[in-house]
Design a protein around this ligand. Structure first.
Ligand code: PEP
Length: 297
């Protein structure tokens, strides 16, 4: 018998040759298991620029950002600019690890669909992620979960990663319908995919009442919703999808609250609108691990 790091005690059963690990504290085992699962999910900090910037500003941003975060390797960084900037931005970020994604897609491959952009087109200009079902698409442009499902399928078919956005409106939260709404949106958006396909997706939980309003869900509110989504993934797919799929939080994330959110065990990254628009604040989000707790500042 010998003592291992972190208080584990290994016992070797000579007769049967079975190795058991005993934990001094029953909660320690659970915590360790959660840490192990979390380590499989690489943190993702994604900027959704919505309908902002012109080309010169996009290129200046890229030049500045890649210099500033050249030393960052433990966080995946993604920028989702408007369609016209996808090609130029991915070219200017070629010598960096920053990835480029689109804010929407149409599910058909090509044809008479004026104004639409296909997944193949996005792939051909260097996109590796595509946001689907953002609440502004759902509520301003009327995207339904069935359409989000077709868009997700098109993104997967072009070997890119869909970021499937879900979230309740304020009145739905007040009516205690958050879980019902999340269940409906996720079940329909991921309908027909097998667990291997689901593993290639990212979910973004973005409560509609928190997007662009300055009101952030508390870290606990967000983590509760993420926990619910994770268990739903177990029910719809399996334990592997539940443990491995990354779930991002979005809704008024800023340098002042990102560290607290990222400390929660089921929050694997953030999808950020307003605070991703300046290099200063985006860099702080990416460096959330270096943030000093407010009380010690
Ligand atoms: C978003 O655009 O997905 C978003 C969360 O915006 P904001 O960070 O500005 O609330």
């Amino acid at each position: 018998m010998h003592k291992r790091a972190h208080g584990q005690i290994t016992v070797i059963d000579g007769k049967q040759g079975i190795e058991m690990v005993k934990f001094k504290d029953p909660f320690e085992k659970l915590e360790r298991e959660n840490e192990r699962k979390r380590a499989m999910r690489r943190p993702l900090v994604a900027g959704n620029w919505k309908m902002n910037k012109v080309l010169t500003a996009v290129l200046e941003f890229a030049l500045d950002l890649k210099k500033r975060i050249a030393d960052v390797s433990d966080v995946e960084v993604l920028i989702c600019p408007p369609f016209p900037f996808l090609g130029p931005l991915s070219r200017s970020l070629e010598d960096s690890t920053v990835k480029v994604g689109a804010q929407d897609v149409y599910w058909e491959e090509n044809g008479a669909f004026t104004g639409s952009v296909s997944a193949q087109m996005l792939d051909s200009v260097g996109c590796s992620y595509v946001i689907v079902g953002h609440s502004e698409r759902r509520h301003i442009f009327g995207d339904s979960s069935e359409e989000v499902n077709k868009k997700t399928g098109a993104v997967l078919a072009s070997y890119m990663i869909p970021i499937v956005c879900v979230g309740e409106k304020l009145e739905e939260r007040e009516e205690m319908r958050t879980e019902e709404v999340l269940r409906e949106q996720i079940t329909h958006s991921l309908a027909g995919f097998n667990s291997q396909e689901a593993l290639k997706c990212v979910i973004a939980y973005e409560p509609v009442w928190a997007i662009g309003t300055g009101k952030t869900a508390t870290a606990h509110q967000a983590n509760d919703a993420h926990g619910f989504i994770r268990e739903l993934l177990r029910e719809l797919f399996n334990g592997e999808v539940c443990d491995r799929m990354r779930i991002l939080y979005g809704g008024s994330v800023k340098p002042e609250n990102v560290a607290e959110l990222m400390r929660e065990p089921d929050i694997d990254g953030v999808l950020v609108g307003g605070a991703s628009l300046t290099v200063d604040s985006f860099e702080k989000l990416i460096r959330y691990k270096e943030a000093v707790a407010p009380e010690t500042q």
